[in-house]
Write a protein that binds this ligand. Sequence first.
Ligand code: 16G
Ligand code: ZN
Length: 552
Amino acid sequence: EEQRSLLLSTTSRFPPPPGVKLSYGTAGFRADAGVLKSTVYRVGILAALRALKSESVIGLMITASHNKVSDNGVKVSDPNGGMLSQDWEPFADALANAPTPEDLLRLVDELTANKGIALDGTTSLEILVARDTRPSGESLLEAAKLGIESVIGAVASDMGILTTPQLHWMVRARNNGEKASENDYLEQLSSSFKCLMDLIPSGNENNQVGDKLIVDGANGVGGEKLIVLKEMLKLKGLTIEVRNTGKEGGVLNEGVGADYVQKEKVVPNGFGSQDFGIRCASLDGDADRLVYFIVPSKSGNNIELVDGDKISSLFAVFIKEQLSILKKEGGAKLSEDYPCRIGVIQTAYANGASTDFLKQLGLEVVFTPTGVKYLHEKAAQYDIGIYFEANGHGTILFSEFFLLWLKTTNNELCSVAKGSEQQKAASRLLAVSRLINQAVGDALSGMLLVEATLQHMGWSINQWNELYRDLPSRQLKVKVANRTAVVTTNAETKVVKPPGIQEAINVETAKYPKGRCFIRPSGTEDVIRVYAEASTQDEADRLANSVANLVD
Ligand code: 16G
Ligand code: ZN
């Protein structure tokens, strides 16, 4: 009874905005910040119930990632640090759109009965809440706390301003009984990075890597955190310069950031031809995406993009090298004792040249629909699952079993120099598993792994970029009244509805050598997206345009 009146009274303070219907999409709820207070409050309730159900720590993140600064959003991290379990999404939608406090109470009653959640206050569970640097974040975070604390037994812990992957990491660490503060996160990243650097084979002194990295922080939270991390690293032989930290007056994601750089393929603000020859990287607004790029030598705006597929390929090469050391004669008999299944997960957006490259390396490549939750789920089925979207979101997952096996091969976490080649390879893989975020894609940890890998290989960004040459591609979007009219299958590569469209796409695609084209409904906007690839830019453009006309 106390619970019912608490929920009714608090909910009445957060009426849903009239005429707005929101849905928990691939990235949670996202909208103009002005309409989000009630939604965020209600997601607070959802996170509290999820915590009680799972008897674990849950996370709630307030961010709209790469979207414009006036937008905001909210998403939930599950106990393992991954996205909210998909079977809770319909409940999230219903809760967010419940018109009256009584409707909301009814939904909560239904869910608690269904899932067997006792709201008797006998247990106390924590929900970690954090936000990015958006000005609207502070008051939305207050709304989230009120939502959480309107459920008896749930306690909100305000973690302040964090990157999205930092929050997911903390949730995971807490539930694993590990140290889980922000400092622990930074400490784990820097110690495992140093371990990888210490294990670089000698003889790479004359490498081409280049000792400077310039990072575009998207005027968001990532730049700030990177400055702290950089101090902890006390790097020798590597200088990281951070630009677009948000402190120089630039606007979040405006003409900057990983999404802008990847979609527009142009130089972000604050960069120019003076940076030619230097490795450049770009984070997005909440630092869960990372791309690298090379600026043009002279005037002009077009960059050479080194995207998520290239990052995935770089990591695959490095990991494959370590595995083959482990498999060598006299080693730990990797293939006999334990096969180690490795897989690379991509979406239909992956450049066809990257897929060919990975397959030629002898790796298993599988496809899922767009959206981190799908890639992550698939990657978790391997001993080593490497997943990246072309847009730069991704990570590498290691199975518990494989990590245990590695530890028996080398129980010293970072035994430099002394060990055998096999032990060093095992140490490197263990360090990678600690450096790269096991919860979700993380631009900061991914960047440190790229840096360590380039140093290990002795490769410049150009050498890395030349692993394969991207096929020219074009992305378009077509505004439609109802995007759900388009239904796809086979990891979004085939249209099943409306009838006839796929046949028409096939006819267009067949006109171009190396042509490949697909359409899919966006999960975040009211548009149909078109992607086309062909052997020349002009042909990719023509293919995309002709297919866009079919959709219109
Ligand atoms: C979201 C997804 C991202 C995906 C993008 C596609 C997460 C955390 N983020 O940003 O993975 O690439 O949506 O957007 O899952 P679209 O459906 O509008 O093309
Ligand atoms: Zn993001």
